[in-house]
Design a protein around this ligand. Structure first.
Ligand SMILES: Cc1ncc(COP(=O)(O)O)c(C=O)c1O
Length: 393
């Protein structure tokens, strides 16, 4: 057996990796599975994007290698959207990096900035590619537990000075997966200032910027003074347009910062299918006719989910953004045990908080990605499991 790198063995199992197979097995046994695991809605992409894709596959030049440059109108659509949506200027050619989904860029970025002895600060519970990129580039993760105590905000002042001195990257993600927390602007101002003082790259993962409710409008990090000096922001077509499988996103930031990622990628991929970039450009151009209506569907699902889980004995806040509920469990039930019972006995897939790292225990995540009826059914099955696990506690 050829020897694998020590680094390889530092990788935990990826939490969502085994779910599709498990669902197939349950369905084969005749179980009526309700999957509230991945953040992957059962809704359609914008019709305009589908139409553009149908035409684009018939354009032979778009079937050639995109290389890092990709489909230039995609870069231009990204730049125009950043300007319209946030009032932020990004040069389409030098300050935008097309990605094969934002996960790809988030993971690969670490190769440009980390090396042995260097630290990345990772909020946990959090999106697993932060640690994946760090571990694969032999960096050292410093895991910060996000808990209700700080409103799920990461406080740099709580991190030891000797760690900060070795820190190259801080990952932040608001609106947050999985806690659904949002970050006030004055908090973001403090973080940007600290990153500037400490010369830390702020990786701002804004995958949920377009999925917000009740009048809340998530900002870009570049709306914060000074952020351009230290931040790279990641965006995704996936959640905003129900296009998770298309694998398309982008990184934005000052040319010197995002250019390092673009250079790493020249050795990793040769760009995604340019027809996908063409369809994504159309989706961005059609934001106004699609996104508000789509968000309204998620709002109905959120309200149904909050009400149904509360009625069935659970405690959770009503999120102002994302497609997630972060639901508390009683102290005597571990999140892994609860999720395991729920899927095995009731066929409902949720994510145990412990899958998201350090601060995740004591909670589980529900993605409100299906109809209110199915969500209500899932909540009542979850309530039965809660009842069974609570007997005699
Ligand atoms: C916080 C966060 N960032 C980034 C992504 C990646 O999205 P994609 O790779 O589909 O663009 C996800 C997907 O679940 C996410 O939850």
């Amino acid at each position: 057996m050829p020897t694998r790198a020590t680094r390889f063995f530092t990788l935990p199992e990826y939490p969502l990796a085994t779910i599709p197979q498990r669902k197939r097995e349950l369905a084969a046994r005749g179980v009526d599975v309700i999957d509230l695991g991945a953040g992957d809605a059962d809704l359609a992409p914008p019709q305009a994007a589908l139409d553009r894709m149908r035409d684009a596959v018939l354009e032979p030049p778009l079937s050639r290698y995109g290389f890092g440059l990709g489909y230039v109108p995609y870069r231009e659509a990204v730049s125009a959207w950043m300007q319209r949506r946030f009032g932020v200027r990004c040069d389409p050619m030098t300050e935008v990096v097309p990605l094969l989904g934002s996960k790809e860029g988030i993971s690969h970025l670490a190769f440009a900035y980390l090396e042995p002895g260097c630290v990345s600060i990772i909020p946990e519970p959090g999106y697993n590619p932060y640690q994946g990129g760090t571990l694969l580039s032999s960096g050292e993760p410093y895991r910060y537990p996000l808990r209700p105590r700080t409103d799920f905000l990461l406080d740099l002042d709580e991190i030891p000075r000797d760690v900060l001195d070795r820190t190259r990257i801080l990952y932040l993600n608001y609106p947050n997966n999985p806690t659904a927390a949002i970050a006030p602007k004055d908090y973001l101002e403090r973080v940007v200032k600290r990153c500037r003082d400490l010369d830390i790259l702020l990786v701002y993962d804004n995958a949920y910027s377009e999925l917000a409710f009740d009048g809340y409008v998530p900002p870009s990090i570049f709306e914060i003074d000074g952020a351009r000096d230290v931040a790279i922001e990641f965006h995704s077509i996936s959640k905003t347009y129900n296009m998770t499988g298309w694998r398309c996103g982008w990184a934005a930031g000052r040319a010197e910062l995002v250019g390092a990622l673009a250079q790493v990628k020249t050795f990793v991929d040769t760009g995604n299918f340019m027809a996908v970039q063409a369809a994504a450009a159309t989706a961005l151009d059609n934001w106004a006719s699609f996104v508000p209506g789509n968000v309204e569907i998620f709002r109905e699902r959120r309200d149904a989910a909050v009400e149904a889980f509360r009625e069935n004995g659970f405690e959770c806040d009503k999120p102002q953004a994302t497609m997630y509920l972060w639901i508390r469990l009683p102290e005597h039930i571990t999140s892994a045990e609860f999720a395991q019972f729920l899927v095995e006995e009731e066929g409902v897939v949720v994510m145990p908080g412990s899958n998201f790292g350090l601060g995740g225990e004591g909670f589980f995540r529900v993605s409100f990605i299906t109809s209110p009826e199915r969500i209500r059914e899932a909540a009542s099955r979850a309530g039965r499991v809660l009842g069974r696990l609570s007997v005699g506690a």
